[in-house]
Design a protein around this ligand. Structure first.
Ligand code: ADQ
Length: 468
């Protein structure tokens, strides 16, 4: 069974990973991560097909289904994971697309593996997509798929959504295979981005590299018209609210507060342990505030949850070592026996536990140097059904465009960040509640279902007007 669009056409999703992982008992369960949290509820509700890797190298598993979602595995070998995923995707594209925060490695062997895996996805999609269906491809690992698929199956409507930022022309043109990537994306009818700026960067890049005709949100190339526009992603607000309201969560939240020594203010950070997320600078700001006695270790504590991620990539190993050293230094300097001032978890937590933590957090610190959107910021607001709590949010998270009631800050400015934290900690209850109400109104206006519906509706319009 396939999910159908509002016009009744079947939909197939393609992403690097299938939305499930193997449990210890050998079953499958939905896996954590921004993309999965965003799309799984939609597919689960009405059934649908998802094409992707199982997470195990050389896994040639047959298609299967979980909770009404048809899953179609694409095999990827251990060497390909090393070259295509850890290498080209996460050591070339990821840093380049995030403002070149780390140096990218450009390696033609990695590029060849990226092409090979993208071709495998395109072949699988070409084989399984029902006639005249809609294929929705996700994220930077699969940017060649739309072009490759269009060549094989011109009857399909093809959309792509980039979950991370699209860089400026000056940065993007560093990429040795820049023309291949933009031509891959131009196989789409609609290319979706998180922010208007990402779409503008893409259009400016196409204009410069391919001398294509462009308008505000379209590109005409090779006899076809492609739309490029922003569709800011969101979360399953109802799911978070339901968990947050539950008795078990309320009890767990009280228990967490008690375990932390019932401090006046709990500051919280929840991120994948990625150098884009600004975990270190947030810890340094906290340490400086303790040092300057603007915060008090007997009244203010910090909880930092860091999800293990991309552990084979050197930049990530370095980032982890530097954060763990920093946590050790801060605790060594400011903790008391039995009461650390920073509670650090390098773990993937169950979603219920995460929501209980959000509820316990009086101040949420989301301070990335650059982030496509940042779902954690939205989840925090959704979890605060009590109408209280303050979100400190980097201007460089895509979420800053919508979450204007957060305390917004430039994380590169250490004094501004320290001031923002103090402002959040000392904020008067009336203002806290006013801002949280604004945040909650905003996320309720556009949840993940609305995001998917808007993208799919626009994709159908784009494909009906594009000449194929
Ligand atoms: P990510 O970089 O993974 O996503 P984010 O948007 O914050 O970042 O999503 C993280 C997700 O993982 C959240 O849903 C969160 O609940 C979950 N998570 C985080 N830590 C966890 C833990 N310890 N245990 C369990 N779950 C945890 C990419 C882009 C983002 C973009 C999303 C979606 O980098 O900018 O918002 O895709 O498009």
């Amino acid at each position: 069974m396939s999910e159908t669009s509002s016009s009744g056409r079947p939909i197939v999703i393609a992403a690097n990973r299938l939305p499930v992982m193997r449990t210890n008992e050998g079953d499958w369960s939905p896996s954590p991560g921004g993309l999965v949290r965003a799309l799984y509820p939609m597919l689960r509700e009405s059934g649908g097909t998802w094409v992707g890797w199982t997470g195990d190298p050389d896994d040639h598993a047959e298609p299967f289904s979980v909770e009404g979602v048809d899953l179609h595995p694409v095999p990827i070998s251990a060497e390909e994971m090393n070259l295509y995923y850890e290498g080209f995707s996460n050591d070339a594209l990821w840093p380049l697309y995030h403002d070149a925060l780390r140096e990218s490695t450009y390696d033609s062997e990695q590029w060849d593996a990226y092409k090979t895996v993208n071709e495998r996805f395109a072949t699988a999609l070409a084989e399984i997509a029902p006639a005249d269906s809609i294929v929705w491809v996700h994220d930077y690992q699969l940017q060649l798929v739309p072009g490759l698929l269009r060549a094989r199956r011109p009857d399909l409507t093809i959309g792509f959504f980039l979950h991370i930022p699209f860089p400026s022309v000056d940065l993007f043109t560093r990429l040795p295979w820049r023309d291949d990537i933009v031509q891959g994306l131009l196989g789409c009818d609609l290319v979706g981005f998180q922010r208007p700026r990402d779409a503008q960067n893409f259009i400016a890049t196409v204009e410069q590299l391919l001398e294509a005709d462009t308008s505000d949100d379209t590109v005409s190339f090779d006899g076809r018209t492609v739309v490029a526009a922003d569709y800011p992603i969101s979360i399953d607000v109802a799911e978070v609210e339901e968990i947050a309201t539950g008795r078990a969560t309320r009890q767990r939240t009280s228990q967490i507060r008690a375990r932390l020594g019932d401090p006046e203010v709990i500051m919280l950070g929840v991120d994948r342990l990625d150098y884009t997320k600004g975990i270190g600078l947030r810890l340094r700001a906290f340490a400086q505030l303790l040092e300057d006695e603007r915060l008090d270790p007997t009244r203010h504590v910090m909880v930092q949850v860091a999800t293990p991620t991309r552990e084979a990539v050197e930049h990530y190993q370095d980032e982890r070592a530097s954060i763990e050293r920093l946590v050790g230094e801060i605790n060594g300097r400011f903790s008391r026996i039995g009461l650390p001032v920073v509670h650090y978890l390098y773990q993937t937590l169950p979603y219920d536990e995460l929501v209980a933590l959000y509820r316990a957090g009086d101040v949420m610190l989301v301070t990335p140097f650059r982030d496509g959107m940042n779902l954690v910021a939205k989840e925090y607001a959704a979890a605060h059904i009590d109408g209280d709590g303050v979100l400190v949010l980097s201007e460089f998270a895509g979420a800053a465009e919508e979450l204007t009631d957060a305390v917004q800050v430039n994380p590169h400015d250490d004094r501004a960040l320290q001031d923002a934290i103090v402002e959040a900690v000392e904020m008067h209850r009336h203002e806290r509640r006013g801002r949280m109400s604004g945040l909650r109104d905003q996320i309720r206006k556009s949840d993940v279902q609305g995001w998917a519906d808007r993208f799919l509706a626009a994709l159908e319009v784009a494909s009906s007007t594009a000449s194929r």
